[in-house]
Design a protein around this ligand. Structure first.
Ligand code: N01
Length: 556
């Protein structure tokens, strides 16, 4: 039986269609949420603004886009048949293959009938008399739901830089986070690239191979580790498949970041120079994100961190032939790892190509963009096309675009004006029955996203089932539980070096955005345990009301 009396099919009258749950977004989070709701026999409608599934992997089609978590681990674990049968072709899956996987999952679990594509959710209003959400979409329709789940993604609101003259540029302008679906051909063109984060670091080597010339405009240099991508052999896949129970358990319960890897048992200063260097060399040769797990104190102790940062800076100097370019590419304004570490294939070596130039816009900020050039430092750099790899309004940007109104008509944007406030990253007080998947206050972007997505979806599904089984109507974070959690998230962040960087984790890339460390850095294992304990104690810290109780009951 459903939590609400659902009306299936088209309503003959003006009565809005009613669902148990509306899910916003059909990325990897929204898709699994729908699958679980189906299993609970709940009625659900997923609204997706794109014309296909896949979220991040639907939008981020820029050249060189691929996942920085290894493919055998960046995959759903909820279906053993799926993980045993799907063949990943490379150590790190390219965007097109992950999108194919998302489409395969949508077909395999027959998800499409409940997903409405090309439809944005514009407004969600909580009605305190009925305890239901009214959800208005970009096609002008309104549906009613007992629950709304925001599966809107953390990095899905592409940020256009505010640079004078950009609208008058005569060539094509592309944003890496909103790349065209048809192939883009840079052959014979002079391309300008703004930004040097993960997206730029992946796309620079690929664009440089095709374009006549590439000028990279860098404001902040970033640390990047070689991916060492390679085709996966059948044997390598088999090792993972056989060990999946343990790999998945470890990723969920023991790893801080949801990735199966060797855990360090000592700090960087516990080893002498030679041993330390040998360990960094081995990880550099192995490639990938696990470089940061050589030692257990790289995120905590600046002196320890400096040893890893110095090692990478030396590597950059070895790879890049022009000493001035090498110097500019060496990051020097944040500890390594405190901005999302980048993973690359030949990024630094690309600056040895005769058709690639690095321009420092830190010391010479943009003056303006002309119809055919970028002007900086009194010089014009002529370009035919412009690529903006300028990032996202992360973690809160997509939620902020929806007009969400909870109790007393308060909007979520009003409530989050000084920074996002959630309990466990899952709910925000004053917004009953509104769940967020991998929201601020949860490990989300600091982890293997699929691990965190599955944990949240499972927790939310269990919670909705709990409510249904007990005839409960509303659930809402209590303010004191939320305040304590926000303080805890902040406190844990400040035991690390992370807040020392002007990163998008802090909201520092968006002018005027409150600077608060948004994800929970306590680790996916401890976080899962906290969520499980809360559930085991009858959802401690949440107020729940029964359908028969007075409906205008604000959480205390
Ligand atoms: O964005 P970013 P991204 N003028 O915000 C520069 C994930 N991801 O799309 O640092 C000039 O990191 C800005 O300069 P600065 C991953 O989590 C994952 O690259 O602000 N420059 C910076 O260099 C990642 O962290 C993968 O000084 C301007 C760049 O643009 C996250 O997405 C792949 C500017 C933005 O870097 C975001 O990465 C790709 C301006 N006005 C992305 N505005 C995987 O591998 C911005 N910049 C899974």
């Amino acid at each position: 039986m459903s939590a609400v009396q659902s009306v299936s099919g088209k309503s003959p009258s003006a009565t809005p269609e009613t669902y148990d749950v509306v899910v916003v977004g059909a990325g990897l989070a929204g898709m699994y949420m729908l699958h679980r709701l189906r299993g609970l026999k709940m009625t659900a409608r997923v609204f997706e603004q794109g014309d296909g599934v896949g979220g991040t992997w639907y939008w981020n089609r820029y050249p060189g886009a691929r996942c920085d978590v290894e493919s055998m681990q960046y995959s759903y674990s909820f279906s053993d048949e799926l993980q045993q049968e799907w063949d990943w072709s490379e150590r790190y899956a390219p965007q097109a293959e992950i999108l194919k996987y998302a489409n395969h999952v949508a077909d395999r679990f027959d998800l499409r009938p409940d997903i409405q594509f090309n439809t944005r959710v514009d407004r969600c209003v909580f009605d305190e008399d009925t305890n239901r959400w009214s959800v208005t979409t970009s096609d002008g329709a309104t549906v009613v739901a007992a629950f709304v789940v925001l599966a809107t993604g953390c990095l899905s609101n592409a940020r256009m830089p505010d640079i004078e003259g950009i609208s008058g540029f005569k060539g094509k302008v592309y944003h890496t986070g909103n790349w065209p679906h048809e192939p883009v051909d840079f052959t014979g063109l002079r391309v300008g690239m703004i930004g040097t984060g993960s997206s730029a670091i992946q796309s620079v080597p690929v664009i440089a191979e095709q374009a006549k010339h590439l000028t990279v405009f860098q404001r902040t240099a970033n640390f990047s580790i070689p991916a060492r991508n390679a085709p996966l052999t059948a044997e390598e896949r088999e090792i993972f498949r056989k060990n999946y129970p343990e790999v998945r358990r470890f990723a969920r319960e023991e790893a801080r970041n949801g990735i199966y890897t060797e855990l360090p048992d000592r700090g960087a200063l516990d080893d002498g120079d030679n041993d330390r260097r040998a360990k960094y060399e081995a990880r550099w040769r192995h490639g990938g994100l696990t470089f940061m797990s050589v030692y257990n104190n790289l995120a905590l102790d600046k002196t320890a961190n400096d040893t890893a940062a110095d090692f990478v800076r030396e590597k950059i100097a070895e790879i890049v032939r022009d000493p001035e370019t090498a110097r500019l590419l060496q990051p020097n304004n944040h500890p390594i790892g405190t901005k999302r570490i980048c993973i690359d294939t030949d990024y630094f070596a690309t600056f040895n190509r005769p058709n690639v130039m690095l321009v420092d816009i830190k010391s010479n900020p943009f003056e303006e963009i002309l119809p055919n050039a970028v002007r900086t430092g009194g010089k014009d750099y002529e370009i035919d096309a412009l690529v903006l790899a300028t990032g996202f309004d992360a973690m809160t940007g997509s939620v902020a675009k929806i007009d969400i109104r909870g109790r007393n008509g308060q909007t979520l944007n009003q409530k989050w004006a000084e920074g996002p406030k959630t309990y466990l990253g899952l709910m925000s007080a004053g917004f009953p029955n509104l769940f967020i998947i991998t929201g601020p206050g949860s490990p989300s972007v600091l982890s293997n996203m699929i691990v965190s997505i599955e944990q949240h979806v499972d927790w939310i599904s269990d919670c909705i089932a709990f409510m249904r089984d007990r005839g409960l109507d509303t659930m809402e974070a209590k303010k004191d539980a939320e305040d304590n959690w926000v303080a805890h998230v902040n406190e844990v962040a400040h035991t690390t070096l992370y807040p020392q960087a002007n990163s998008w984790y802090m909201g520092a890339n968006i002018p005027g955005k409150p600077q608060i460390f948004m994800p929970y850095i306590g680790g996916v294992g401890p976080y899962r345990q906290i969520c499980n304990d809360v559930a085991a104690k009858g959802y401690e810290g949440f107020a729940m009301t029964g359908a028969e109780r007075p409906r205008k009951m604000a959480a205390s």
